[in-house]
Design a binder for this molecule. Structure first.
Ligand SMILES: [Zn+2]
Length: 247
């Protein structure tokens, strides 16, 4: 754990995990762990997650898990938010191995690896795999049982696809925001480009914002992606697809 979370990150993870467990017990906690362990294992050299990062990835899922005590349809939002967080992490980490350079999702312009909003076929496939992984974990653990009206230990198979689609939609929202509104910084001293003013600068300088909105940080973008994942996943329940009861 110390390899994956900072001190405050661990505290934030405890709050998120506590809310998820309070809302849905061990089944829901299992889905959270499926996301967290898979994403952390895939992440190489990205450093430990801080409190804001944990809140951005797990906050929506925690709120949805608590809401599901009142409206079981919210289980779709819970799993959709985690599917989006997984899709985003998996696509980033698996996309690093892409043999071709990423292209900006908006214009198709080639960008250097790691650029926000840059997508590759390999990364996109990795994102789909991450979303399906979390959706399948939710169905297998029975965390979607209430939402899909099913019974038994394995439950909610009908809800697997809305959750997976929500996860993929969230990852695309992440790329779109990354390419358009996310703050980008450039350091005149060393020429470094990045999504934070802080970088390993030989001159000890900070980068200056050259594009995007100052408050649209990587964490804000991740939070927005989980909101999109939650909303898209819950659509079938809200609009009354026959296989699913209304939320
Ligand atoms: Zn610099």
């Amino acid at each position: 754990m110390r390899r994956w979370l900072s001190g405050r990150g661990a505290l934030a993870a405890l709050v998120v995990g506590g809310a998820v467990a309070a809302g849905g017990g061990w089944r829901a906690l299992g889905v959270l762990l499926a996301f967290f362990v898979s994403s952390s294992a895939l992440t190489r050299g990205g450093g430990r997650r801080g409190a804001l990062q944990v809140a951005a990835n797990g906050g929506v899922a925690a709120v949805a898990a608590l809401a599901a005590r009142l409206a079981p349809g919210a289980w779709l939002a819970f799993a959709g938010a985690l599917a989006a967080a997984a899709a985003d992490t998996w696509s980033t980490e698996i996309g690093r191995h892409s043999p071709t350079a990423p292209r900006l999702v908006t214009t198709g312009r080639r960008v250097s690896p790691g650029t926000s909003g840059g997508v590759t076929w390999l990364g996109s496939a990795g994102g789909v795999a991450g979303a399906v992984f979390v959706a399948a974990a939710a169905a297998l653990l029975g965390a979607l049982r209430g939402a899909a009206g099913g019974a038994g230990w394995v439950g909610g198979g009908a809800a697997l696809w809305p959750v997976a689609v929500g996860g993929v939609a969230g990852a695309w929202a992440d790329s779109l925001l990354g390419a358009t509104l996310q703050a980008r910084y450039h350091c005149a001293a060393c020429g470094a480009d990045g999504e934070s003013p802080l970088h390993e600068c030989p001159a000890g300088r900070r980068g200056r914002r050259v594009a995007g909105l100052a408050w649209m940080t990587n964490d804000t973008v991740n939070l927005a992606a989980t909101v999109v994942g939650a909303l898209v996943a819950i659509l079938p329940a809200v609009f009354g697809v026959p296989a699913l009861p209304s939320a």
